[in-house]
Ligand binder design. Sequence first.
Ligand SMILES: [Zn+2]
Ligand SMILES: [Zn+2]
Length: 372
Amino acid sequence: MRIRAAVLASTGGPVEVGDVELAPPGPGEVLVRLAASGVCHSDLNAVDGTAETRCPAVLGHEGAGIVEAVGEGVGRVAAGDHVALSWMPSCGRCEECVRDLPHLCTVAWEAMDHGGLMDGTPRLSQGGAPVYHYVFVSTFAEATVVPERCVIPIPKDAPLEIAALVGCAVSTGVGAVWRTAQVRPGDRVAVFGCGGVGLSAVLGARAVGAEPIVAVDVSQAKLDAARELGATLAVPWAASPEETGEAVRAATGGGLDFAFEATGREQAMLAAFLSTRRRGAAVLIGIPRSDAIIPLPARTVARMERRILGSFYGSIRPGRDFAQILSLHASGRLPLERLISHRVPLERAPDALELVRTGAALRAVLTMEAPG
Ligand SMILES: [Zn+2]
Ligand SMILES: [Zn+2]
C-alpha cells in the first residue's frame, strides 16, 4: 500500500513528507493505521546524528492507532483493536528477558540497529529502494507494520493521542518514578529537565504523593509548566552543578530521596547527584553522548550511601503498565492531556520537529487524520 510518511533521507539531512510503499505484514507482524504520534527528542537525535540511525528512515517512535491487518500466526490482536506501540519488543528468550528485564532485551536491541523488523528486513520502500524503520515502529506515517510484540492492546475509549505519548515519554518519565525508583508517599524528589519526559515524571511523582516535587530547568517557561502540572517548588538552574545542587538541598531541608535527570547532560547529572540526601539516589533517564563521563565526589557515595540508578524506558512492562497508566488517566489522577502543547498535521512533520528543537513545545503531537 502507498502511505504518506516523514522520511529522513540521510543523517543531518532534511525530513521530508512523501509517498512511501508499505508491504503487507509478514508472519508475526501487524499493520496498524496510525492516529497520532508524539515527537520526541530522540527523533531529533536521529536527525542530527547524536544517535545515528540507518537511513533513509521513517522516524517516529511514539504512536497509537487501530489494527488494520495481522500476519500469519498473530494471536495477540485482531483487526479493529486499538493499540499503543512499544518500541522495545522483548524476545522473551534472551538472558535479560529470562531475568525479568524485558525492557533490556538484547535480541531486540541488536535487531533495532539494522533498521528492519525482527528478521532484519524492512517493510518500507521508495521507488523499489529500501527505507528503514526507526526503532521498529516508524510512527511519522499514516500506517506502519511492526512486530507483534510492539503492539499493546488498549481500551477503545482511551484517547489515541494520549496512548501515543504513553508509548515513550510518559512511560519513560512515569516509569522512572514508579518502577525504577519506586517512589513512596512523602519522598522528596526533583526533576532536572522539564520537557515531555521530565513533566511526565512530575505527574508520576504527584500521583504517588511525593512531597516536595522540585522542578529544575534553565527555562522559566518550563519551570512554570512544571508548577502547573504539580511541581511544588521551582529552582532555576544556577551557574554550576555545585550551586544548583546546593540550591536544591537548601530548598528541600537537606536534599532529595530521588533526583530524576531527564536532559542527558553531564552537568545536570552531577547536579542531580549533588542534590541528594543520605541514601538518596540520582535516577538517570536522559541519554548522554557516547563519550560522556560524570565526575562524582566519590567519598560521599560510601559515607552518605548515595546511589546512582539508571532508568531505561522507565523499567516498564508495556503489557502491564500502558493499560494501568491509561486507566489512571481516565480517572483523572494522571492528567496526561496537559502535556500536549501543539497538534500538527503529519504533512507538517518538519515544523513539529522544529518546535521540539527550539524547546517551544512541551509535547508536540502529529495527527494523521485527513483534514475536514
Ligand atoms: Zn522517545
Ligand atoms: Zn530478550
